[in-house]
Design a protein around this ligand. Sequence first.
Ligand SMILES: *Cc1c(COP(=O)(O)O)cnc(C)c1O
Length: 370
Amino acid sequence: MTQNAVGVEFTQRLAENPKSAEERAAILANPGFGDYFTDHTAVVDWTVDAEGKGGWHNARIEPYGPIAMDPAAAVLHYGQEIFEGLKAYRHADGSVWTFRPEANAHRFNRSAQRLALPELPPEVFVESLRQLVSVDKDWVPSGDGEALYLRPFMIATEAFLGVRPAREVSYRVIASPAGNYFGGELKPVSIWLSEHYARAGHGGTGEAKCGGNYAASLAAQLEAEANGCKQVLFLDPTNDNAVEELGGMNIFFVFTDGRLVTPALNGNILHGVTRDSVLQLAQDRGLTVEERKITIDEWRQSLADGSLAEVFACGTAAVITPIGELKTADGSLASPAIGSDSVAMAIREQLLGIQTGAIEDLHGWLTRLA
Ligand SMILES: *Cc1c(COP(=O)(O)O)cnc(C)c1O
């Protein structure tokens, strides 16, 4: 294939020993999250030629399996890596669709710029998803709240220990059947306020979707678990303790007067596709939407004076999850209970309805994959 080709050709080498229908059925009966992978993977290579010009080539579907890599590969030392996450949903007629993949492709390229990786033509990004889902279509679950989670990523594979952008890069997509992210029924989660660790700083990589951000969140995550919480809330400690986001989800506040507030994208916060979709659906419902700074003090104050109605987190993996409680080193802020008539639940149902084809897709958010 050639760079920027719209009609990019993927070659296919199919797995000789794919999982049997029985094995697959057993996995799909209880998929969990991120524990099992489909039989194939999509791969596209990028190299720099003798003239110093980079290009994408050798787009292919191959059997899922270990990646042979030189121990000096740059990604293993300096973390030159980015990723994406989106889902493929099975509709009632058996067709398979994904949600706003162009938005993920665009964000992937912004992450690539920040990590000095090559940009991937968005049509190659979308085609790679289509190719992978076409061969692994039987892996797309059809149960309530289930989907095939798609994980595109890009890694620096060039073997050298100098510090500079790699000249050999690999783009890949793997897929994993997914049930409910937090397991079981939808219950409000407790989150831990990280006061020692920030996940991002001004000018850093906070709005890039890169593995390093997650590595940097793990110590805080351990602290959260030690305190009985499933997720961490990160602040901007240099800005009045402004709320930023969770380790892998954006955060929203609903006030009793009908305002929906989420922290403004300040360079540290991941541009969530779910976040953007929630803002749109809230506006469609006539809610007043505010993207602005919101501090821990305002959170505490609005709880105390009764003006805060709901707190929830959102992201592709967990969709929308109510936050029941914010635990801190010196006490806890319990959120009001989120009922079935809440904004969080209404938007959750609407979003899931659009994604699964049960509700009309008025914004043109769906793309058919298979
Ligand atoms: C991926 C991610 C999100 C959610 O983004 P979606 O596009 O809604 O899935 C939020 N925060 C972080 C840090 C993320 O990596």
